[in-house]
Design a protein around this ligand. Structure first.
Ligand SMILES: Cc1ncc(COP(=O)(O)O)c(C=O)c1O
Length: 406
């Protein structure tokens, strides 16, 4: 090296970059990809194999513009209209001004956090929670403060007294997913109204991540957009990823009746220019699908979740919450370190009873907690394959568990 640079200060990465956690869900994939000759049942990632609706594929294929141009910051007006019409099916009175198109639900979450938090502010989130909330909060310079919930209480949000004890002068948002990932829990209307009233009393924004709202099994979740009297402090995050099995489309939405907030979000959108117009035209086709489409999606996931849960019930020593929505369950295993168990399944365990080597990939519990010493006996499983594959996956998991413990 030339002597001119010898005394130059060392390069450094930002504290934010260093603080970003590796996604618990993706963690094992790198190892899985290196192994050949083993069939891995992937129960760790919420990437469904349900075909994307034909109408969405056709809209993508129909694009014939000569130039791939920028679109407006808050999204194409037709796409915002389609989102408003879609949400108005259950929450009447929404117009394009109440919607912003984003690059996936992920960017909607990021916009909500950046739009509502200053660096150092805090976001309350019922725990266990979707692991990427930590990453978005880090981008925004904010901090996730977990609200403890328990598997044996159906992951219910704790009492106002418990919530009170978690609020500081830096708290800005109460964020929750309904239905929940990783829990599969659906919050009932009464619980939501109680939390909304509590958040209002504390001057907090209520951010409802409803990317799984169409996937429910007994009663439809109440959209936070329907919490009467709380219109100004509710923000809903939505996405085409799960409902339309279109994770790669990268189109999501932020919906709120607070027009001052929506105007500010437009400026955030301007800073990154617009979301991709082609994806938005496909999203319009998705949002215009009839109600029968949603019934079909629910039927598919209900059959899958039922198959997965029935198979899990066959394994002795497991505790789990039967999902009321989404397609995940958090299961408690008779194992003290599920990080080690999950890695062992990938690196060492092979079930050869069917003549081929099989194993299973699961998401270890600690990644869904703010404090990684929690959830050490839990794993998250995703019901994203068809029933017979799920039954086999759970059988392989059970065999792995027996061998690991034996
Ligand atoms: C609860 C929750 N919110 C948001 C997202 C992000 O979804 P998108 O693909 O729309 O960015 C996911 C993805 O798995 C999720 O599970």
């Amino acid at each position: 090296m030339s002597s001119t640079f010898q005394n130059a200060p060392p390069l450094r990465l930002s504290r934010r970059a260093m603080a970003i956690q590796e996604s618990a869900i993706r963690k094992l994939d790198a190892s899985v990809n290196k192994v050949s000759g083993v069939f891995f049942h992937r129960m760790n990632i919420g990437q469904p194999d349900v075909p994307t609706p034909r109408a969405v594929m056709d809209a993508l294929a129909a694009e014939d513009s000569q130039v791939l141009a920028y679109g407006p910051a808050s999204g194409l007006l037709e796409c915002r209209d389609a989102a408003a019409a879609f949400h108005s099916r259950t929450s009447p009175g929404l117009t394009r001004e109440h919607t912003v198109v984003t690059q996936g639900g992920s960017e909607a979450l990021l916009f909500a956090m950046v739009g509502l938090c200053d660096p150092g502010d805090e976001i309350l989130v019922p725990e266990p929670y979707y692991t990427n909330y930590n990453g978005f909060a880090t981008f925004a310079g904010a901090k996730v403060v977990p609200v403890p919930t328990r598997l044996d209480e159906g992951f219910a949000i704790p009492s106002d007294d418990v919530l009170d004890s978690l609020v500081t002068e830096r708290t800005r948002i109460f964020l929750f997913a309904n239905p929940g990932n990783p829990t599969g829990a659906v919050y009932g209307a009464e619980q939501l109204r109680r939390v909304a009233a509590w958040a209002r009393r504390k001057g907090l924004w209520l951010v409802a991540d409803e990317v799984y709202r169409a996937i429910w099994f007994s009663a439809p979740p109440l959209s936070a957009l329907n919490l009467a009297g709380h219109e100004d402090h509710v923000i809903v995050v939505d996405s085409t990823s799960k409902t339309f099995s279109a994770c790669g489309l990268r189109i999501g939405f932020l919906v709120s009746r607070n027009l001052e907030l929506m105007e500010r979000l437009e400026r955030l959108g301007q800073a990154r220019l617009g979301p991709q117009p082609r994806g938005q035209r496909a999203a319009i086709a998705a949002l215009q699908l009839p109600e029968s489409y949603y019934a079909e999606v629910r039927h598919i996931y209900k059959s899958r979740v039922d198959a997965m849960m029935d198979a899990l019930a066959e394994i002795p020593g497991l505790a789990f919450h039967r999902p009321e929505g989404a397609f995940y369950t958090m299961a408690r295993l008779p194992v003290s370190d599920t990080e080690r168990f999950a890695r062992w399944l990938v690196d060492e365990f092979r079930d050869t009873t069917t003549g081929r080597a099989e194993s299973v990939v699961v998401a270890p519990g600690p990644g869904f907690y703010a404090d990684p010493s929690k959830g050490r006996d839990e794993i998250r499983l995703a019901a994203v394959r068809e029933e017979s594959q799920l039954r086999r996956a759970v059988a392989v998991l059970g065999a792995g568990l027996r061998q690991f413990r034996g």
